[in-house]
Design a protein around this ligand. Structure first.
Ligand code: GDP
Ligand code: MG
Length: 279
């Protein structure tokens, strides 16, 4: 696939991430609760090696709660996982106690060797727009409490104390989104995780509307289109996106639709589903 889904340079991003990873004990991997699979980077696993990872499904306020609990059950088989909202703060309080639990064994080993418990150093990683900065703000309460932040000193890693035993790297690790699968790309674009110039937004909107018609028809009820199928045409007509001759401005309709979707105006939506019925 030749489409440029990611503004950065992948090799450089990867190098930077590996450099940052050296300093941390635990990685907070951010995914989007609305697309818990599509919003993760498949390479991260390899980059992490055996480093501890806490998975966080952010934007849970915009996701379908039933799907979120299914995803949590499914994902916790592989790593500890929480659902949170970095804007409302819901779920954030679970993070620090879990970080402490995660390093208990390591610190017990160190204690046996007579090493005093060290600060737990953590960093946040995730693809663009996943909520990394918002989560840093939640955890630091606005970053007043910088550790080792001396004016005039060359900028390096800045650590912010978020608990008496936990420090957070104030620069999140950037990951690139998955590139391989067109539908993954469409879901990422649908929810604003890749830039709007990657896809034709009328085609994208049509794909999403078809998806919703199939899997989540209630989401479209907001438009109160009862007499015909919901599509860009009927949606635009309903929302008054008309050009002369009474034709529908489908570009305008697509813009309105995408804005509604991303702002949660269509209600909670989860676009990655689990096929395995045991979860
Ligand atoms: N509704 C909702 N919006 C969020 C949440 N977390 C982040 N956002 C929004 O998502 C956008 C990107 O967030 P940001 O923290 O800048 O992401 P970053 O690029 O990973 O640093 C911003 O508009 C945030 O307000 C969340 O939990 N819920
Ligand atoms: Mg940011």
């Amino acid at each position: 696939m030749s489409i440029q889904w990611f503004p950065g340079h992948m090799a450089k991003t990867r190098r930077l991430l590996l450099e940052q990873l050296k300093w941390v004990d635990v990685v907070l991997e951010l995914a989007d609760a609305r697309i818990p699979a599509s919003s993760r980077n498949p390479m991260l696993h390899k980059l992490l090696g055996n480093k501890a990872r806490l998975l966080i499904l952010n934007k849970a306020d915009l996701a379908d709660v039933n799907w979120t609990s299914r995803w949590l059950r499914y994902l916790k088989v592989s790593s500890p996982v929480f659902a949170v909202s970095a804007t409302t703060g819901v779920g954030i309080k679970q993070i620090v106690p879990e970080l402490e639990r995660m390093v208990v064994a390591k610190q017990a080993k160190q204690a046996e060797k007579g090493i005093r418990p060290q600060m737990i150093r953590v960093m946040i990683v995730g693809i663009p727009n996943i909520g990394k900065s918002s989560l840093i703000n939640q955890l630091t309460g606005g970053a007043q409490a910088k550790v080792g932040n001396k004016p005039g000193v060359t900028r390096g890693n800045q650590w912010v104390r978020i608990h008496d035993r936990v420090e957070l790297l104030d620069t999140p690790g950037m990951l690139w989104p998955k590139f391989e699968d067109l539908d993954v790309g469409r879901k990422l674009a649908a929810l604003g995780a890749v830039k709007d110039d990657v896809f034709d937004i009328e085609e994208l909107s049509t794909w999403i509307i078809d998806w919703l018609n199939l899997y989540s028809p209630n989401s479209l009820s907001r438009y109160q289109i009862a007499d015909s199928e919901v599509n860009l045409e009927s949606l635009g007509r309903k929302r008054g996106c008309l050009i002369h001759g009474g034709r529908v401005d489908t570009l305008k309709a697509a813009q309105i639709f995408l804005r509604d979707l991303r702002m949660g105006q269509l209600g909670p939506i989860t676009m990655d589903h689990i096929n395995d019925t045991t979860f």
